[in-house]
Design a binder for this molecule. Structure first.
Ligand code: CA
Ligand code: CA
Length: 160
């Protein structure tokens, strides 16, 4: 049984992450910022990104502050991320698991909870019991910000 609020939160997060095509991850970053920024406003919109053949999912992955625009830093990050994928340099799953656990321990909002962390091919699976929706969000937030984490599966539940 899933707590209704938990479900709502998951839906909200899914909305933020966008419903783009999950296929091609490749970002044609070799083109450079100015090639993308066709209207010259210093930011790359989704339309501009797609016009150069950039996949929707890559755009959302790269848009760290989620303002639906890519700035230079975000494009550079996407580029680095992309090169890692292309060269097969995945950050090791065990390292990610260790790092997530360490960061959760340091976090005042969620420390002391028994959160299970498992990583498979850079996807982190979270499970266990917490006390509130805020804690679910915080655990997910902490996890997403760990370097090398590509996806988070959040199956945390709220204790009754
Ligand atoms: Ca622009
Ligand atoms: Ca942005």
């Amino acid at each position: 049984m899933k707590h209704p609020k938990h479900r709502l939160l998951k839906l909200a997060l899914a909305g933020v992450l966008g419903a783009g095509s999950a296929s091609a991850l490749a970002v044609p970053t070799m083109l450079g910022f100015k090639t993308y920024d066709s209207n010259g406003d210093g930011k790359i919109s989704l339309e501009e990104f797609q016009a150069q053949g950039g996949p929707v999912k890559a755009f959302h992955d790269a848009d760290i502050n989620r303002d639906l625009q890519l700035d230079t830093d975000e494009l550079v990050n996407a580029s680095v991320h992309n090169e890692r994928i292309l060269s097969g340099k995945y950050i090791e799953d065990a390292w990610i698991t260790t790092k997530v656990k360490a960061m959760l321990l340091k976090n005042d909002i969620v420390k002391g909870l028994s959160v299970n962390v498992e990583t498979t091919q850079s996807t982190v699976q979270l499970s266990g019991w917490v006390d509130s929706v805020a804690q679910i969000a915080e655990v997910e937030n902490v996890t997403r910000n760990i370097e090398g984490v590509k996806h988070v599966r959040n199956d945390l539940l709220i204790k009754r």
